[in-house]
Design a protein around this ligand. Structure first.
Ligand code: HAM
Length: 418
């Protein structure tokens, strides 16, 4: 049996980087006042169709959707923002305290063509803020991402930032875009030709080469901002600059989901080939209302966890797991029974201890202690038990200490905790 295409196991030998990222990210989120939220993996299809947009690639081609037994359609979440919005509205969080900051991590599902950095089940680390219109929160989120990547030791990343405007400025931009596309219709792919009337902004995000070529010199949202969006974006830029957060304004960045308004950004790397975005986010000031809640400004981002770890591996950033404090070599049944109790007691007191209960020779168990990188080895053979004296070996200094069984656990605690 094999995993299905685009799905993969993340094996224990690779997990320490994942855990390091989680530790750093969650600590940073908590220090900025974010709280963890856990949301279902499965939602009604309509939630994603309405929020991500009917004419996006995700909704048109990539969702894992199936008919529920009792009717209706369910979808494996392709992202987290829609579900977090649904939760914010469902639990009327706006009524008790409209300002909420959430973070979460977990698997997302998109049926894309698998390649390096692109999977059908992939993981995101997601952060969302509800209830704040101020541009300082936009800057704060970009700063936070930048800070996280710095703490993780990442280099070679660039923040691409743009403003997509609001319903006020969109019509003027769409008119300009449609005028521009007027002469280029022939060059567009079938998908884009279909999208012209329904959702012209999506055309700017098309990956087909002929479309990309035809779109060179296309109008940009940033040149059609209303005064309020213009001011908002100016504050984001000056705040980041003052703080020394590096970024570039990227007029061509439109993001692949429909809900965005105003600030949108992506953090890109040059090390993963075509899959260059390690994180993406933006404002979605209209979504809570669109999904049935009160008008609530909102903003967030998601980090592509798999891609982030791949970039860290390429940069040879390591996170070795903490070594084993003690490996107990127990030879014979009587020794194994005693070792079982010692190990439980030591682990209860925070000493990382392992026993190998198989019937193996001293030599092969010493080899295992080396393999596990144990700091100390306790040898309990039949002779040692008879003499009531066990040998504790420091694997680094090779020093050996003799310990009495009667006071073994307290003695070990003293030595191993120091
Ligand atoms: P997104 O740009 O679709 O945004 O995804 C965010 C990140 O997830 C991408 O930058 C990428 O690193 C990673 N990613 C996406 N698809 C795959 C894949 N097939 N395999 C591996 N990694 C992938 C969102 O999902 C928005 N919900 C972000 C957001 C939160 N906006 C506001 N709040």
């Amino acid at each position: 049996m094999q995993t299905i295409r685009g799905f993969r196991d993340i094996l224990p030998e690779h997990i320490s980087l994942w855990q390091k990222v989680e530790r750093e990210a969650f600590a940073l989120f908590e220090s900025f006042g974010f709280k963890e939220i856990r949301i279902p993996v499965l939602e009604k299809t309509d939630l994603f169709a309405r929020s991500i947009g009917e004419t996006t690639d995700i909704v048109e081609k990539e969702m894992y959707t199936f008919a529920d037994r009792k009717g209706g359609h369910l979808t494996l979440r392709p992202e987290a923002t829609a579900s977090i919005c649904r939760s914010y509205i469902q639990h009327k969080m706006y009524a008790t305290d409209p300002l909420r900051k959430f973070y979460m991590t977990g698997p997302m599902f998109r049926r894309e063509r698998p390649q390096k950095g692109r999977y059908r089940q992939f993981y995101q680390i997601d952060a969302e803020v509800f209830g704040v219109e101020s541009a300082y929160i936009d800057a704060e989120l970009i700063f936070l991402l930048n800070e996280l990547f710095k703490r993780l030791g990442l280099t070679g990343l660039t923040a691409h930032v743009n403003s997509l405007g609001c319903p006020e400025c969109r019509p003027s931009f769409q008119r300009a875009l449609l005028d521009f596309l007027g002469e280029k219709k022939e060059a567009l792919c079938e998908n884009c030709t279909r999208r012209i009337q329904k959702n012209p902004l999506r055309i700017l995000d098309c990956k087909v080469e002929t479309c990309q070529r035809a779109l060179q010199g296309a109008p940009a949202t940033i040149d059609h901002l209303c005064p309020a969006c213009d001011d908002h974006f100016a504050i984001v830029r000056t705040t980041l600059k003052k703080q020394g957060v590096e970024f570039m304004v990227d007029k061509s960045l439109v993001r692949g989901l429909d809900y965005y308004t105003r600030t949108a950004w992506e953090i890109k790397t040059t090390t993963l080939g075509a899959q260059s975005a390690v994180a993406g986010g933006g404002r979605y000031d209209g979504l809570v209302k669109e999904l049935g809640g009160p008008a609530t400004p909102a903003i967030g981002f998601a980090i592509g966890f798999d891609r982030l770890v791949e970039v860290m591996e390429q940069l040879e950033i390591a996170s070795p797991p903490p070594p084993l404090d003690l490996f107990i070599i127990a030879l014979g049944d009587a020794a194994r029974e005693q070792a079982y109790h010692w190990s439980c007691q030591l682990n209860q007191r925070g000493i990382r201890t392992e026993v190998d209960f198989r019937e193996k020779s001293l030599k092969s168990l010493m080899k295992r202690a080396d393999k596990l990188n144990a700091a100390h080895v306790l040898i309990a053979g039949e002779n040692e038990l008879k003499k009531n004296q066990l040998i504790l070996r420091n694997m680094e200094t090779k020093n050996q200490t003799s310990l009495s069984i009667d006071t073994l656990v307290p003695e070990l605690l003293k030595i191993l905790k120091s």
